[in-house]
Design a protein around this ligand. Structure first.
Ligand code: HMG
Ligand code: MG
Length: 298
């Protein structure tokens, strides 16, 4: 009873690059996104409109969005933390925005400088204004398994935040294992709690692979009816405001597994790996996906 079709949301240009300390030239980001646009991916999170001092790597989000080639059928999305971020994003014709917060107080405070309760009205304003401008809004909930500051996070704690975001009118909620500690039994208990209240198509899963459990968690999520997954080409990624967070599950490793399981994604593996080698060269350090390693040894 596994799904036959899955949507992969590429978050490399945002989640992947935000954790890189060396500034990547704007043109290199644009060229990489243009390559990703030709892989068959239909969703690319290209940058974020957060405070440039908080994430200097993505301070060029306006230029990036204004410079990329827009392929037909591809959604170009960006993260926005508040109304100021939304205003910036709307000036460059973003297709979709994502609001974000955490299920735990510690990470929420360190990442966006507010308590959870203070965050809801800020996000609500963004959602209302974005929908008025005909821009769809996705929501992220971080630290859905554990928080680098507060420790374990219960499914009930996640449910509380999910409830409030769903009420605001986000069309999808991406559940982030921000520090990559989760294992399938925990994913099962989280999803079985949430799926008592919401349909599976409200959720996407966003696994970081810090401890090598991301693909196992994807399989558990597939078994529970989830059909949307976030990933980063080359396994880039991490959150500078979550100590110990490392890369997202790599898009090409995810794709290898899904394809071999006869699950359709519409994404071309060779083109994807080519784009991974492109950004690897620009970053100037070896990226870690299995598929890149195999390609290197061929
Ligand atoms: P703050 O300092 O509390 O902001 O930061 P503020 O509202 O008090 O405003 C202070 C100043 O910043 C003001 O300027 C604002 O205009 C300006 P002043 O009046 O003093 O001259 N400002 C802005 N400027 C440009 N763009 C903006 C903006 N907002 C305010 N959007 C804030 C609060 C949320 C802005 C800050 O904490 C921030 O930018 N945080 C972002 C951190 C971040 O990007 N983290 C990584 C993404 S989340 C993640 O990776 C997890 C995820 O992948 C899922 C998972 O893995 O779990 C999504
Ligand atoms: Mg992330």
């Amino acid at each position: 009873h596994l799904p036959t079709k899955v949507t992969i949301k590429e978050v490399g240009p945002r989640d992947g690059l935000q954790n890189e300390s060396k500034f990547i030239e704007t043109q290199d980001k644009v060229d990489w996104i243009n390559l990703l646009s030709k892989t068959g991916l239909d969703y690319i999170e290209v940058s974020s409109f957060v405070h440039p001092k908080w994430i200097p790597q993505l301070a060029d989000s306006e230029q990036v969005l204004k410079s990329i080639n827009r392929e037909k059928g591809v959604t170009y999305a960006a993260l926005v933390p508040n109304i100021r971020g939304l205003e910036r994003a709307l000036t460059c014709n973003v297709n979709e925005v994502s609001v974000f917060m955490s299920a735990s107080e510690g990470h929420n405070k360190s990442n966006i400088n507010k308590t959870i309760d203070e965050t809801f009205p800020v996000l609500k304003e963004v959602v209302d204004e974005a929908l008025k401008a005909n821009v769809k809004v996705r929501g992220y909930v971080s630290t859905v398994i554990a928080c680098p500051y507060d420790g374990p996070v219960s499914p009930e704690q996640v449910l509380k935040v999910v409830d409030r975001l769903a009420e605001m009118g986000v069309y999808e909620i991406s559940l982030g294992d921000t520090i990559g500690v989760g294992v399938p039994t925990q994913v099962e208990s989280l999803l079985s709690t949430l799926l008592k209240h919401f349909p599976s198509n409200l959720f996407a899963m966003h696994f970081h692979d810090t401890r090598g459990t991301a693909l196992a968690n994807v399989v558990k999520s597939l078994e529970m009816g989830i059909t949307t997954f976030d990933s980063s080409t080359g396994g880039l990624g991490g959150c500078p405001y979550a100590k110990g967070a490392s890369g997202n599950v790599s898009t090409e490793d995810l794709l290898y597994m899904l394809s071999a399981m006869n699950i359709e994604t519409g994404v071309n593996q060779e083109a994807l790996i080519e784009s991974a080698f492109f950004i690897e060269e620009k970053i100037g350090k070896k990226l870690v996906s299995k598929q890149m390693e195999i390609a290197r040894n061929e």
